[in-house]
Structures are given as structure tokens and as C-alpha cells.
Write a protein that binds this ligand. Structure first.
Ligand code: PLP
Length: 419
């Protein structure tokens, strides 16, 4: 089936009621046929519903549909994008290990890796996503995963997948891609050699800023990298917390199964069935929306590039952009809805953000409603003027998340604000 058809039908089989829309199974627990049935489910001799912290029939449709769109081998939903990222890391790394992370990642990922995981004894080694050759020197036998974003938020760089994957494969180490900004519609990292994909479903998946959620998808055949690999010994040894289960021996997707059985069991950041239902509604139109977000963002970027008050525009879809060749290589259908541009000063940037009417001053991305953010006065407010320059966020920088309004109206809104 093609993508738009999968987005509407994948993962849903109607029950006796024949309900066209996926039902919301709002239930904490499930009745077993008898104690033997319960025992079989706990022992994985049969697969089925036990408790909504581990699985839920509505969430199951969301997972299967997302998995189909990513061309994955297994998926597990989580309560937020941050819990998806944390679980992907915690699934492979423990105290004394290290992880290798791009410097250009979402701020929450920076604080998770640089502060919270440090307190758990997991060291983070950073590389510049524009210079993947830095990765090799960072890898040792304790390195567990390489984490980067396909399109980075907020710097809007594009990862060189082939270069990163080549290094990872040489060292038998997993790659994990945060594919939130690109979505599986513009980029399918698992089909170009990456091992695990994580998402914030809070962005383009709901598409209307409706709920917080996350997703982890693993590639088909990932167990071949895990099997007998000393980096992932805990997947190859009996898990004492699950009566001696050896994850790599099972005919099931080992990575996401362990997230479900060990991490959702013990840490519990599971999606609510209602939120999973919202994401399913969002997925139905994701292919259509991503095309529109990308087309409108390109039009807005081209307009801004020609404006005399705009010093520079950062959008990978622009022919003038440093990431344009990589965007063309990996994102055949468009470069998503995020762009940034720089004006003369912090004051001018703030005045522009305050003057727009359709673009709302919000710190979010991936909404149908267009958003304008001034990082220097919000997300990056604590940094000094020099620190802002060092991390590529000058005071005059404005970030836009281009929504689904008519692009002519969006351009007119910016025109007025820039005048
Ligand atoms: N990854 C990226 C690229 C993001 O932009 C965000 C949030 O903005 C997250 C992860 C975190 O997701 P959530 O807010 O769903 O926890």
C-alpha cells in the first residue's frame, strides 16, 4: 500500500461492531479468560492485553500505523517525546556507559543528556552534526548509541545520514534519529541504515497542538546488530527482572519489546488511550499536511530572502542554503515547516514578533497554526550575548513554524510586521 493509504488504514482491524473510526479503548486493565490465560500472557506464550501501562488497543493502532509509515520492524508509544528519547537511551546505556549526541538538538534533549543522565552516571559526548567525522574519536567500548535529529530544532541543520551510519556500522553501534521535524513523510531514517527512530508526537503527528506524546520505532532486523554484540550484553543475557527472558532470542522486535516490558513496566510513561486516538486522527492527514507545510515554508522563505530588512534566511529548501544538497538527497518531498531568519537586532526581532497577527508568539512547532518564536527572549533567555552568538542564536534571530493558513496571508502578515 502507498503512504497515504497506510496513513488512513494501517494497524486497524474492525471488531464485531464494525466501527469505522478507531474506538478509544478507555480502560486501565483487561479481563483474562482464566488464570492460565493470564499466566500465558505474562510469560509471552500468548500475546494480548494485560494493563494499559504496557499496552492498549487504541495505542496499538497508533503504534502499528506509525511503524508502517516509518517502514519499521516494531514500535512503542510513550507519554511524551522526551520519554521516548529517555527510554531509547536507557534501553541501551547504564551508569558507566557513554552516549554520542549531536550538539544541535532540541533543548530538552540537551538538558536530558548534559544534566539528568550525567546524574545517572551516563556520560554524553557531543559532536557537531555538520562534521560527523568528529564521531569516530568519541567511540569506545562503553559507547552505546549515536543520537541526532534528521532536521535539527532549532538550528535547522540537516544530518548527513550516510556519513553517520557508515561510522556507526564500522563500530557496531546503534544510531537513533529524532525524526520529529521531518516526520516519516519527508524522511524514513530506518530505510537509509539508521536503527531506531524517536518522535515527539506532540508536533506534526497531532498537527494541531492537541496533546503531548512520543513514539519509538526500530528497524526490521535490528536484532542482528544486538545479537552477541558486547555493547548490548543485557539483551543477550537472561533478564532477572523478567524470569530469565533473553530479548535477543525472541521472535519479536527486541528493542521496543524491552522498552515495553522493562521500561514502561518500571518507569511508566505510557500514552493515554485518548491521546493515542488524537495521534491516529493526525496521522490520517500527515502526508497531505507535510506537503503543504513544506510548500508554504518554502514560499515564506523565498519571500523573506528577498526582503531588504532580512539579513539571512535559514531554510534547507532554499537553493542558497548550506544544507540544500543534503535536503535534496534525503527529503525528496519537502523540507518541513521550520525556518529561521535574522534581522538587525534583538529589539527589531521582538518588535516584528509582537506585530504579527496570524503568527502567534508561542514556543512550539508543528501546529496547523503558524508560530513565531524569538529564541533570545524565550527559550535561550538565560544565555549572555556572547553565548547566544556561540550557539548560533543571535539576538536578531526569529524562528517560524509555518502552519497551514493560506501562504499569501502568512506573507502579508510578515510584510506588515517587517514594515
Ligand atoms: N524532539 C524535538 C525535535 C522537539 O522539538 C521536542 C519538543 O519540542 C521534543 C523532542 C520533546 O517532545 P515533547 O515535548 O513531546 O516531550
Amino acid at each position: 500500500m502507498n503512504e497515504q493509504t497506510l496513513a488512513i488504514h494501517a494497524g486497524y482491524e474492525k471488531d464485531a461492531q464494525g466501527t469505522m473510526a478507531v474506538p478509544i479503548y478507555q480502560s486501565t486493565a483487561y479481563e483474562f479468560r482464566n488464570t492460565e490465560h493470564a499466566a500465558n500472557l505474562f510469560a509471552l506464550k500468548e500475546l494480548g492485553n494485560i494493563y494499559t501501562r504496557l499496552m492498549n488497543p487504541t495505542t496499538d493502532v497508533f503504534e502499528k500505523r506509525f511503524n508502517a509509515l516509518e517502514h519499521g520492524g516494531g514500535a512503542v508509544g510513550t507519554a511524551s517525546g522526551m520519554s521516548a528519547i529517555f527510554y531509547a537511551i536507557a534501553n541501551v546505556a547504564e551508569a558507566g556507559d557513554n552516549i554520542i549526541v549531536a550538539s544541535q538538538v532540541y533543548g530538552g534533549t540537551t538538558t536530558l543528556t548534559g544534566h539528568t543522565l550525567k546524574r545517572f552516571g551516563i556520560e554524553t559526548r557531543y559532536f557537531n552534526v555538520n562534521n560527523p567525522s568528529q564521531i569516530e574519536a568519541l567511540i569506545d567500548e562503553k559507547s552505546k548509541i549515536i543520537l541526532f535529529e534528521s532536521i535539527t530544532n532549532p538550528s535547522i541543520d540537516v544530518a548527513d545520514f550516510d556519513a553517520i551510519v557508515a561510522i556507526a556500522q564500522k563500530h557496531n553501534i546503534m544510531t537513533c534519529v529524532d525524526n520529529t521535524v521531518a516526520t516519516p513523510i519527508l524522511c524514513k531514517p530506518l530505510t537509509i541504515g539508521c536503527d531506531v527512530v524517536v518522535h515527539s508526537a506532540s508536533k506534526y503527528t497531532t498537527g494541531q497542538g492537541l496533546a503531548i506524546g512520543g513514539m519509538i520505532v526500530e528497524r526490521e532486523g535490528l536484532v542482528d546488530l544486538i545479537k552477541d554484540n558486547p555493547r548490548y550484553a543485557h539483551f543477550n543475557e537472561p533478564d532477572a527482572s523478567y524470569h530469565g527472558l533473553v530479548y535477543s532470542d525472541l521472535p519479536l522486535p527486541a528493542f521496543t519489546l524491552r522498552v515495553r516490558l522493562a521500561l514502561l513496566r518500571d518507569l511508566g510513561a505510557a500514552p493515554s488511550p485518548f491521546n493515542s486516538w488524537l495521534y491516529i486522527q493526525g496521522l490520517e492527514t500527515l502526508p497531505l499536511r507535510m506537503r503543504q507545510h513544506s510548500n508554504s515554508a518554502l514560499e515564506v522563505a523565498q519571500y523573506l530572502e528577498s526582503h531588504p530588512k532580512v539579513k539571512s534566511v535559514n531554510y534547507p529548501g532554499l537553493a542558497s542554503n548550506a544544507n540544500h544538497a543534503l535536503a535534496n538527497k534525503y527529503f525528496a518531498k519537502g523540507s518541513s515547516g521550520l525556518l529561521s531568519f535574522e534581522v538587525e537586532s534583538k529589539d527589531v526581532a521582538q518588535a516584528i514578533a509582537d506585530k504579527t497577527e496570524i503568527f502567534k508568539v508561542v514556543v512550539n512547532i508543528g501546529d496547523s497554526k503558524s508560530i513565531i518564536t524569538h529564541p533570545a527572549s524565550t527559550t535561550h533567555q538565560q544565555l549572555s550575548a556572547q553565548e547566544l552568538i556561540d550557539c548560533g542564536i543571535p539576538g536578531g534571530l526569529i524562528r517560524l513554524s509555518v502552519g497551514l493558513e493560506d501562504s499569501a496571508d502568512l506573507i502579508a502578515d510578515l510584510e506588515k510586521a517587517l514594515s
